[in-house]
Design a protein around this ligand. Structure first.
Ligand SMILES: [Zn+2]
Length: 144
């Protein structure tokens, strides 16, 4: 495998993990308790077996706690930090798209963009937008 191919795959891997962690964080925000794999699968529109496989992987990487009975606990600092970072990026991106770029904040482009925003970029976007507290959907923007 060419090196560039490997990098693309690893990047894809990370983005995929971020999507799961974000989904679990959003379910938690919506007070879903306990959070089961089926809820995550539904939210991400991914099959239940694939979701379970990924949850086991995230558990083995120490990013969350997953058990079939008790569900998913986003109780690992590293996993929470990744989830909160992606949610922050998502909500800042929604505002940036709507207010500056004049792109629909519900566009798929937001979902692409949220994974490439660094802390430095997030800080600059926040400043540019006048330190907003809420996204276009009225949800709080996490501060890390
Ligand atoms: Zn939003």
């Amino acid at each position: 495998m060419a090196i560039s191919e490997k990098i693309v795959l690893e990047k894809h891997d990370t983005e995929n993990e971020q999507m799961y962690l974000k989904a679990i964080w959003l379910l938690e925000e919506d007070k879903v308790n306990p959070i089961h794999a089926s809820e995550v699968a539904k939210l991400l529109k991914i099959s239940l077996p694939s979701t379970v496989e990924m949850l086991k992987k995230l558990d083995s990487k120490g990013l969350l706690k997953y058990s079939g009975r008790e569900g998913i606990l986003l109780n690992k600092p590293k996993g929470r930090k990744i989830a909160e970072t992606v949610v922050r990026n998502l909500r800042l991106a929604e505002l940036l798209f709507r207010d500056v770029l004049k792109i629909d904040p519900n566009s798929d482009s937001v979902c692409r963009f949220e994974h490439v925003i660094t802390d430095e970029m997030a800080g600059a976007i926040r400043k540019l937008l006048g330190n907003p507290q809420k996204c276009p959907h009225g949800k709080a923007i996490p501060v890390l």
